[in-house]
Design a protein. Sequence first.
Length: 233
Amino acid sequence: MLIFRQLFDATSSTYSYLLGDSESRESILIDSVYEQTDRDLKLLVELNLTLVCLLETHVHADHVTGASVLQRHTGCAIALSRMSGAENATRYLEHGEGIVFGRRSLEARATPGHTSGCMTYVLDNKEMAFTGDCLLIRGCGRTDFQQGDPRVLYHSVHQQIFSLPESCLIYPGHDYRGFTVSNVEEEKTANPRLGGGQSENDFIELMNNLRLDYPKRIDIAMPANLKLGKQDS
């Protein structure tokens, strides 16, 4: 049986995801938040889980990861895309690699476009996909900084996420409107940016004209996350 918890940081509107194998008690945590590491460590104890790997969907610009803190407390590995540019990872992932926890596993799918190092993690039975900022519920990540490219993002979503079974649940890296989960069928139909038959050129024009504010925490978060939260001694 899969143990699953969706966790939320209200300040940054970030979702973290804890997945565990009920037999081995091995677990992985996706997209931790520095300010929530005490919560996460407590939950691991309460659920009697051993954290074997901490995954990042990408180098975040809106919060600082708790990866290095959690590694220090648990001895877990830290893994993210080889294209991320981050230091201090235990493992740098290529497209199609698997991340094993007990009898369960996730497949790492390269889904660049929001950043060059974005990964979507797909559960072994294709019932869940953790899309980071690549595909949000009724939206997607911005493409105007950190090697963003709307054309690349369009193809990432259509080739790597919309190709999953329509019943596959979509768990994003953030939500700002109170949504917690979607699925492939919903996003293919109702996502105003990427669904409903939206063309590649229409998507590119839309993304190139969003005129979004500069991310509030990027000057703090980006340097810290490029070191996976590890502070200089």
